[in-house]
Design a protein. Structure first.
Length: 157
């Protein structure tokens, strides 16, 4: 059983470590990992604002996280990462659902997801609609994509 809960401030470092282990799981080279490390950091401010949710396994251990970044009617589920041993256990689904439940409380009706190419199939499986490719980011040659999830209809718009 996976449950989502708000992150605790003292967990920023351990949550950042989950992000980096998850990113490394996709076999990015050392330079790509170095370039993406700042963007994978979980900060105490976002945790304190209630924007970071943690997915916990049955023993209560954090095995994933998602950060909601409010921006008007959109809220980006940023930093959605699952610890590699927990991939495929439902953590991602639980976190996605928790983030979409949090979005309206942040004033959003349309979460926009910037998906790593490895996460694009998951976003589509959860019902998000492809919008467009994003410009290459910190990792040279990698093209993330923007997806949208419409909260007003309960499925992709």
């Amino acid at each position: 059983m996976i449950a989502a809960r708000p992150a605790r401030r003292d967990a920023a470092a351990s949550l950042t470590a989950i992000c980096l282990r998850s990113k490394a799981h996709w076999e990015y080279d050392a330079e790509s990992m170095r370039l993406s490390t700042p963007a994978a950091a979980v900060d105490e401010v976002a945790i304190g604002q209630g924007h970071v949710l943690v997915g916990c396994n049955a023993s209560g251990r954090a095995v994933g996280l998602v950060r909601a970044q409010p921006d008007g009617e959109t809220a980006t589920p940023g930093l959605m990462f699952v610890d590699p041993p927990a991939i495929g256990t439902g953590v991602g689904c639980t976190l996605f659902e928790a983030a979409t439940a949090l979005a309206p409380r942040l004033g959003a009706t349309r979460p926009v997801i910037l998906a790593d190419p490895n996460a694009a199939p998951f976003s589509e499986w959860m019902g998000a609609r492809f919008l467009r490719n994003a410009p290459p980011d910190a990792i040279p040659g990698r093209t993330p994509a923007f997806y949208e999830y419409d909260l007003t209809s309960g499925d992709a718009s």
